[in-house]
Design a binder for this molecule. Sequence first.
Ligand code: LFR
Length: 489
Amino acid sequence: MNNHIAVDIGASSGRLVLGTIVDGSLTLEEIHRFSNGFTERDDSCFWDVDYLLEQIITGLQKAKAGGVTKCTLGIDTWAVDYVLLDAEGNRIQEVYAYRDRRTDGVMEEVAKLISPEAVYAKTGIQQLTFNTLYQLYVHDREELAKADQILLVPDYLYYRLCGRKINEVTNASTTQLLNLASRDFDPELLALLQLERAQFAGLTEPGEDLGSISDSLMQQYDLPECRLICVATHDTASAVLGIPAQSGRSSAYISSGTWSLLGAQLAQPLNNRSAREANYTNEWGAYGTYRFLKNIMGLWLIQEVRRLDGSRYSFAELAEQAAAAEGFRSLIACNDPCFLNPDNMIEEIRLFCAESSQPVPQSPGELARCIFDSLALSYRSYLEELEALTGTAIEVLQIVGGGANNELLCQLTADVIGKEVLAGPTEATALGNIAVQLIQSGKVADIHEARTLIGQSFEIKSYLPRPMPQLGELLVRWEELNAAETATS
Ligand code: LFR
C-alpha cells in the first residue's frame, strides 16, 4: 500500500494531499483544497469544526473517485484551540478561535496567581495571550466542569473519524500545561484551572496507529479503507519534520504561513532566563526533539490587507506591486499586539506609521511592501537573538511553507540577514505529516532518511544576499522604532 494522505488545515485554508513514493522519489498530489477561517459573532471568534470534518470526508471521497481504495491518513492543524466533549462524546460548545479577544489582559491576571518565571520553568512555553492555559482560564467554569474530555482540534477530528480520544504531544505542549520534567500535565497549572488530569486523554506520540476509520463513516460516504496514523498534529511540528536535511551547515528555519515561526530544532529544551526574556518557546517535537522558536506575526498581515481590499489582487499580484513600490519607506513593529486581530488591519498599519512619523502607505502595493520589509527586518532581529540564545552561528535560513513562494520576501530576507536563504518546499507541513506515515509503515527508516528523501524530491530555491549599502542606517531606524514601541506597549 503506497497511498499516504495528509490532512493539513491552517487558519486560512485546508487541503488533503496524497503522498506516494514513485521511483525512489516522493510525489505529492493535492486531492482537495478548501478555505478556512473563523467567524465573528457577538464579539467572539469561532471555528466551524463540523465543516472541517465534512471537508475531510469530501477529500476522501475524491481520493476514492481518483482510484485510492486503501490509504493511511494523518491530520495536522494549527495549535492551542480545543473542543469540550460530554460523557457521551458529544461536543458541548462552539470552538473558540485563538484570535478571540476574550484573553486580552488575562496573562497579567494569571501572573498574579503564578509567576511567569514559574510557568516558564515548568513548561518552557512562550507567553502568548492565546495559549490554551489562558483560554481555559477565562472559559466558563461551569461548562468546563461539565467537560468529560478536552481535546485539541486535530485530536477531535481523529476522534470523529475513528472514535479514539488522544492527546498528541507536539500539539499538547502548546497548551502551556505540560511539564518539561515530568513530561505530563502539570498538577499546579491544572489546579489553577480547576481541571482534573482525567479530563485530558493520555499523551500520544506521533507514529502510533490509531485504527481504521469507522465502518459507519466508510459505508455512509463510500470512503476508501483508511488507517489513521497519529502524526505530529501541530502544523508547525509537521512543517519542521518536512524541512529537507542540511548536511554540514548550521541552519535555522522559518515555517512561513499565517505565522512566521522562526527557530531551530533542539535535542533538549532551552528554558533559561535569557530564553524566557526573549520569549522563545520550547514546543515538543516528534522523535524527542524541541521546536525552539518564536512566533512572528507573519503572512496574516498581508492576508488581512488583501481581505479588506476585497481580494482584488492575488498574493502574487500584491507581491509584484510591492516589488515596484519604494523599499523601506515605512516600517511596522510586526509583533506589536495591535496587529493580532485589529478591527481593520489596513487602518492599524496606517495608524502605526502615522504615529511613528513615517509616510503612511496608501496603495495595496505600498502596504504590502511595508509588511514584507518589516517582516524581513524582524527575521534579522530574531535570528540574531536565536544565535545568541543557542550559542550557534547560523549559516543558512531555510524557509518552508506558503511564504517560500514569495520571491520578494525571500530575497529581501536574504539581503537583510546577509545569509543564504533556501526556500521550499511550500508543502513542508503536508510532507512532515506524510513523513511520519512513511516511517510508521516502514517505508522509510527514520526522520533523517525522510528529510533526505524530501530534499531529493522537491526543488529548493537559493537566494543569495545582495549588497545593501543602506543596511546600517536601516537597522538603527528599525531599533529605534521597536524601542519606542516596547516603551509604549
Ligand atoms: C501556525 C500555528 C502556530 C501557533 C498558531 C496558533 O499555524 O500553529 O505554530 O502558534 O498557529 O495555533
